[in-house]
Write a protein that binds this ligand. Sequence first.
Ligand SMILES: Cc1cc2nc3c(=O)[nH]c(=O)nc-3n(C[C@H](O)[C@H](O)[C@H](O)COP(=O)(O)OP(=O)(O)OC[C@H]3O[C@@H](n4cnc5c(N)ncnc54)[C@H](O)[C@@H]3O)c2cc1C
Length: 400
Amino acid sequence: MIGGGPAGVFAAIEAKRADANAQVLLLTDEACEPYEKPPLSKTVLTGKALPEQALVAGQGGLVAHNVVLEQTALCTAINRIKREVVTASGHSHCYDALVLATGSLVRELPQLPPGAPRVHYLRTEADARALASALRQSRQLIVVGGGLIGLEAAASATELGIKATVLEIAPRILGRVCDEETSTIIADEHRRHGVNLRTGTAIGRAQANTSDITVTAASGETLAADLVVVGAGVKPNDALATAAGLATDNGIIVDAYCRTSDPAIFAAGDAVQFPGPHGSVRLENWRHALDQGAVAGRNAAGGTEIYRTVPSFWSEQYDLYIQGVGWPQPAPGERIRRPLKGKSSLTFEIAAGVLVYAMGINAQRDLAVARRLIERRVPIDKAALADPDRPLASLLKATT
Ligand SMILES: Cc1cc2nc3c(=O)[nH]c(=O)nc-3n(C[C@H](O)[C@H](O)[C@H](O)COP(=O)(O)OP(=O)(O)OC[C@H]3O[C@@H](n4cnc5c(N)ncnc54)[C@H](O)[C@@H]3O)c2cc1C
C-alpha cells in the first residue's frame, strides 16, 4: 500500500483482515503514524487537539492490526514488470498486489507560493502545526478561497480572536459544495462572527514585508494581514501512477472493483477517478477514502467486491455542523426544503421519485435517515419530506 491517509490505512487493515497470512506493508512519505486530516483545520488550529491524538488506525496504530508501517518512504517509481516499488532512499519492495492511495495535493496560487513568507497552505499535520503556531502571533488573517477548508480556517482563527477576511472569486461561498440558501446561512454566521466575506474578489499581486503581507485584489484594492491562508482546492496526486504507465485522467482511473489498468494494482481515495452514477467521478472526502480503501484492500487480497457508495461529507464552522449525503444531479433536480428551527436547515434533491441528495446544517439525525432513504431508493412522499412535523424516519417505515 502506498499512502498514509484513510484510503491507504483502511486498504492495509482490510487486506490483512481478509488474508491473515499476507504480509501487508504500508509506505508513507510522512514521518509519523497516519493521522486524521479533518481535525487539522478545526481543533488542531484552535489548540484543542494535537494531530497525533486522532490516528487513522486507532490508538494502537497500524501495528495493532499487524500491518508493517514504513515512514519517510517516498515512493518514486513502480516497476510493473518486476512488481516492485522503489523509494527515494533506493530501497525496493516486491508486491503481489499493490494499492495506490496517494491522495491529493493542494492547488498552488502563483502569487502566493507555498513556503513564501507569511503564506500558509493546509494539507498535512506539519502545515497545521506551522499555521497554528503562526496564528498565535497574529491579529489579522486573509483567507484566499471560500471553500470548506478556507472557511474552517477562518472560523478557527475567529475563535482565537483573530480578525479574518475571506476572498472568494465566485459570486458566493461554497459554490461547488451547496445550494444558495445553505451557503447564505453559513455566510451570515461568518459575518455575525465578524468575518469580512468578500465574494466576487479575484486576487492580483501579493507582497510580504517584515511586518505584514499585502494582497491586492484584481479591482486594485489592497488588504493587509499578518498571514495568508490559501484554500484554493486540491488536485489528484497521480504522478506516480502516470509515470508507471497506468491510465490516468485527472486522477488514477479504476473500475468498479478499484482496479487500475494493471490488474495487480488497485487504487482508492482522493487520487482516484471511479465509475459513479453520472459517469466517472473523483471525490475528496474522508468517508469515501476510507470506504473505497477498505474495498481496494479486500480486493487486493483476492476479493471481488464492487465499490458502491453513497458519498457524504461534513464540515464544522462555529456551532454549525454542515453535512451533505448522496449524489447531486449533474443538472440540479427538484429541490424540497424542510423548514427547521434556529440555525438548522435541511434541503432535499429528488429525481425520478426518489431522494438523491440531502444537505443540512445541525440536522445529523435527519441526515442519517436521509442516507438510508437514498441507499434503499425509497419512493418519496414530497409533502411528508417538506413537513417538519412528520419524522423523516416515518418515510422509512412506510416501505418496510
Ligand atoms: C485540513 C483538512 C480538513 C478536512 N476536513 C474534512 C472534513 O471535515 N470532512 C471530510 O469529509 N473530509 C475532510 N477532509 C478531506 C479528507 O481528509 C480527504 O478526503 C482524505 O484524507 C483523503 O484520503 P486519502 O487516503 O485518499 O488521501 P490523503 O489523506 O491525502 O493521504 C495520502 C497520503 O499519501 C502520502 N503519499 C502521497 N504520495 C506518496 C508517495 N509517492 N510515497 C509515499 N507516500 C505518499 C501522503 O503523504 C499522504 O500521507 C479534510 C482534508 C484536509 C486537508
